[in-house]
Design a binder for this molecule. Sequence first.
Ligand SMILES: C[S@@+](CC[C@H](N)C(=O)[O-])C[C@H]1O[C@@H](n2cnc3c(N)ncnc32)[C@H](O)[C@@H]1O
Length: 265
Amino acid sequence: MDLYSKLCWKISCLMLLLFFCSHYSAFSNNSLSPIYTQHAGWYDHFYCQSKNYMKESLFLHKVLSSKQPQEILDVGCGTGTHMKNLEGMGYQCVGIDINDEMLNIARAKVKGEVFQADMREFNLARTFDAAISMFQVFNHNLTIEDALQTLLTIKNHLVSGAILVIDLLSNPHSSAGVKTTWYNDIKRVMRWKVDSKSRIFDMKVTYIQNGARYTSTLIFKLYSIVEMKDLLKQAGYNNIRFYDNYTLRQGTAFSQTLIAVAQVP
Ligand SMILES: C[S@@+](CC[C@H](N)C(=O)[O-])C[C@H]1O[C@@H](n2cnc3c(N)ncnc32)[C@H](O)[C@@H]1O
């Protein structure tokens, strides 16, 4: 091998190593993706205009009202918008989220306490009469073991008869795509692809402002009705049902967003 070939070989190896390192760290630190750390300040600007948080909160009120809960635990509360809406309806809320930057925004918005914690393993040493986990938080569980652990940990915080509501990304509209949105001078480009076999949803989000680009990767596991029902049963929940995208229509295998509702016996 001449010197030039050796150099090319070394550069190729280095690039391959860098690619694997960046991919692996994005995967393993998904819960702390920069989209929720550096970009927490932009989160509400983009999502409060694209998501109807009030419609979702009214849906929660409808589903929860049969049990008339007083205190609700919001798992993965993020910037606290559902908590704020539910507090406005008279509920008392407590939130947990793994990300302190998101929680700092919530702290300025909500009355209830919020704690930095991992949904798979936390202990608030108290119980609630309902729990919610909204906007694909649960999809951050990339393995069935993590998903089961999360359901068991939440159940440890619920009284008998309590209701759990989980919003799940189940079937994205397309297996790959690009979407661009703006907030003032900030451009956000989301590119996603789904691996149909592993049901892993991989999304790169790039924010562009004044020519500077900030890219982060989000990796979700998609959950089907069958998988989620099985997990909820294994974790000991009953009265399990699924709704389609914040309506009282029954969820189906084609629902993009599924709302799983279950009860603690
Ligand atoms: C798409 S945001 C949803 C936030 C909020 N529920 C909402 O509806 O706006 C997902 C949230 O899940 C949180 N998260 C991701 N992994 C987590 C984990 N293992 N434990 C707790 N929170 C987690 C992120 O920090 C982020 O705030």
